[in-house]
Design a protein around this ligand. Structure first.
Ligand code: FES
Length: 119
């Protein structure tokens, strides 16, 4: 985690918004759980990095989670496609299932893990 915002040392940010490639992904950890951060412009989404059909991470070992045209992320194992907006699998062996959302909040250009109860 990164402490990137002045005056916010008590709570470490996951990253800065610009650390996530626009239209791409960044992996991080929240409470020791692997998460995927996705960005399109100013919009940022977070999901647990765990496929709903096989309970494995979606990236190749130590690799970036693949994305396509800033719209979907792709499972490195089966090329299944999951939408940025809601984590829904639109193509692949788990079509119709969705990734578990990781609530986030963005303050002063930094991305923080949100309260899961606040959804
Ligand atoms: S592990 Fe489920 S789509 Fe690849």
């Amino acid at each position: 985690m990164t402490s990137c915002c002045p005056g916010r040392e008590a709570e470490a940010a996951l990253c800065r918004v610009e650390d996530i490639p626009d239209g791409g992904s960044l992996t991080a950890a929240v409470a020791a759980r692997p998460v995927i951060l996705l960005r399109r412009g100013d919009a940022v989404w977070g999901y647990l990095n765990r496929c709903p059909h096989f309970s494995v991470t979606l990236n190749a070992a130590r690799g970036t989670v693949l994305t396509y045209e800033g719209q979907v992320l792709m499972c490195a194992h089966h090329s299944a496609l999951f939408r940025f907006e809601d984590g829904l699998c639109i193509e692949g062996p788990c079509q119709g299932a969705a990734l578990d959302a990781q609530p986030l909040r963005v303050e002063e250009g930094c991305v923080y893990a949100g309260d899961p109860q606040a959804r």
